[in-house]
Design a protein around this ligand. Structure first.
Ligand SMILES: NC(=O)c1ccc[n+]([C@@H]2O[C@H](COP(=O)([O-])OP(=O)(O)OC[C@H]3O[C@@H](n4cnc5c(N)ncnc54)[C@H](OP(=O)(O)O)[C@@H]3O)[C@@H](O)[C@H]2O)c1
Length: 332
């Protein structure tokens, strides 16, 4: 597996990272033994970047990662943790708490659950309206100084917020949704990250499975599957988006690769500063995703992909209205 360095101050990580979220939360039922086998297979294939969140399954995701790393060399893993989101017992979302005491509390629990003395990259999942990003960075800088956190990351913030944050303390990477059908970061966020020397970890590169080539109109999602609430997976939007996938499938077949592989390879081709996070939670899916690392897209391939899935072609927003309002990255 090739490596990429996250920005000018961040760690060097595998060119593909593994995102663990769906193993504990948001995408319906998952299988714990298969999740651990998938993490092991990823490590064995050379993946070093493992992305989790303390609120993914209310701690379950971190404990799953601790179990998966048992008997492995923890120092070979770059553990990225998101924090700040407040949940309720039914899985609901109650905003973010980024007060200094809250951040220190979140980290104390995280270190215990992970069974480690430091987090490699620590990032607020969303900003909180009552705490300026400068203050959040100040708290995180203290944790870096104390050795509990190695690098600071951010998630879903605008170019302007990234600039303000980076002025307080270097940001290793910005985590943001970026895929063939979510290209808004190209306007201001990616250029600003590049200018500042901030790396990018791209999530939703398969748009949560929608552009993986495996999603069908018949696929059933239960109430615990967050995708059942997403505009892009509903009604006429879904038909329109799956038509884009059909067009992409023709390009993928001509190249002898799968839809998921061409979609991931496209994100990889957007720059050496971008590391796609793969949301595989089964070994079979992981194997497919890993195949993308070996796909080099030519100019002709890129033109064919652009013709199949032009920028802005997706129907529906990437989150529902309430969640969109919570995204700093969506502010101009
Ligand atoms: N910072 C943020 O706000 C934020 C938000 C969301 C996610 N993330 C991070 O990014 C990671 C990835 O996000 P994501 O899960 O939305 O990414 P994704 O890669 O776009 O979607 C993953 C889903 O696609 C389906 N899929 C089908 N074929 C696949 C293949 N070959 N490889 C991988 N997945 C395939 C799987 O669904 P089935 O298993 O149902 O088939 C899988 O759960 C998360 O785990 C999390 O760590 C961050």
């Amino acid at each position: 597996m090739n490596t990429r360095t996250l920005g000018t101050t961040g760690p060097t990580v595998s060119a593909l990272g593994l995102g663990l979220m769906g193993m504990s939360d948001l995408y319906g039922a998952s299988d714990e033994a298969e999740s651990i086998a998938t993490i092991h297979a990823a490590l064995d294939a050379g993946i070093t970047l493992l992305d989790t969140g303390d609120f993914y399954g209310m701690g379950h995701n971190e404990m799953l990662l601790r179990d998966a790393l048992r008997g492995r060399n923890r120092d070979n893993a770059v553990i990225s943790v998101k924090f700040g989101a407040l949940r309720d017992v039914d899985g609901g979302w109650n905003g973010s708490d980024l007060r200094p005491v809250a951040i220190k509390n979140f980290l104390a629990y995280t270190l215990r659950r992970l069974g480690t003395d430091h987090v490699d990259i620590y990032r607020p999942a969303r900003l909180a309206p009552d705490v300026p990003v400068e203050d959040v960075m100040g708290t995180l800088a203290e944790l870096v100084k104390a050795g509990h956190v190695r690098h600071i990351g951010l998630s879903e913030v605008s170019a302007e917020t990234l600039r303000r944050a980076h002025a307080v303390h270097p940001v290793a990477d910005l985590q943001i949704e970026y895929s063939l059908i979510s290209r808004d970061p190209e306007a201001a966020i990616l250029p600003t990250a590049r200018e500042l020397g901030v790396g990018v970890t791209a999530y939703g590169v398969l748009s949560r499975g929608l552009i993986s080539g495996h999603w069908t109109p018949q696929r059933e999602t239960d109430a615990t599957d967050f995708r059942s609430h997403l505009p892009r997976f509903a009604g006429a939007n879904l038909d329109r988006n799956l038509a884009l996938v059909d067009a992409l499938r023709a390009v993928a077949e001509a190249r002898g690769v799968t839809v998921a592989q061409i979609a991931i390879a496209w994100v990889l081709s957007r720059g050496e500063d971008i590391v796609p996070l793969i949301g595989a939670r089964r070994r079979e899916r992981l194997t497919e995703a890993l195949g993308a690392a070996a796909v080099t897209l030519t100019e002709a391939d890129l033109a064919a992909i652009e013709a199949a899935v032009p920028s802005g072609a997706a129907a529906g927003s990437r989150y529902d209205e309430a969640q969109m309002a919570f995204l700093d990255s969506e502010r101009a």
